[in-house]
Design a binder for this molecule. Sequence first.
Ligand SMILES: [Zn+2]
Length: 260
Amino acid sequence: MKLIDSHCHLDDFYNNGELEAVLARANGAMVEHLVVIGTSSRDLEINHRLAENFTSIDYTVGVHPLYHGDPIPDFGPYFTASKPPVAIGEIGLDYHSLPPDSRDEVIAAQKKLFVSQLQIAKKCDLPVALHSREAFDDTFALVEESGIDGDRILFHCYGYGTEEMRTINEFGAWVSFSGTITYKNSQALRGALSIVEKDRLLIETDCPYLAPVPYRGKKNEPSFLMHTARFIEEFFTDECGDILGKIFANTVRFFRLKIQ
Ligand SMILES: [Zn+2]
C-alpha cells in the first residue's frame, strides 16, 4: 500500500517544530507524498518552502473563503519558481457560519474572491481544489460559469449527499474524502461514496482537523490517512481491484504530480 495525502495543512506543525517527526510518522504509515494546501498569505511562503525542501511535498496557492477580507496575494513569483504550485486552492464558498447581520455582504465577498481565483486557475491552466460547505448550488454555478472543465475540479473533504455526487459525476469532476467518512453518523456521506466515480476518487486528512476514527477529536496528522484508506478499502471490499492503488494513481493524475 502507498498513499498520498491530497489535502493537508502543515504550517502549524512547522511552526511548532514538529514537522520532521510528523513527516517521519507519515512515511512509516505509507504516506509517500503530500499536497500541502494554501489558505491565505499566512501559509503561502511556508508551503512553498516546504515543497522546495522536501521532494515528497507539493503545494497549492489560494485564499480560503473564510479569509474573504484578504486581498489575493501576488502568486506570480510562485508560478515561475523552480517548484511551482500544482493547483489553485483551497478556494470556494463556506456558508456554515455566516454572521446573521452581514450574511449577504459576506456571501458576496466570498463569491468575488472565488470567481477571481477561478479566473487565475483558468488562465494558468491549473486544477482547482475546492472548499465547498453548505453552498453546493452556488459553488457549482460559479464553477460552471468559469468555463473550467470538470476534469480540473476537485471537491475536497466531500460533505454532501448522493444527489450532489450525481451532479459532480455528470460534470466529470473529482472528489476527495477525509476522515469524516469514518464517523458513525456519516451515513449520507457513505451513500455518496457508494456512487462515486472510482477513477476520480481521492483521499486526504485535511489535518490538523477532522481526525479519522479511532483518533476522532485529536489533532489530525498525515499518518492517520491510513485509517481513512483502510475504511475505503473495506467499503469497496466486494468489488475486485486495488482501490488504494487506483486512488494513488488518481491523485497523481489530478495534480499532474511528477512521481511514479
Ligand atoms: Zn483544508
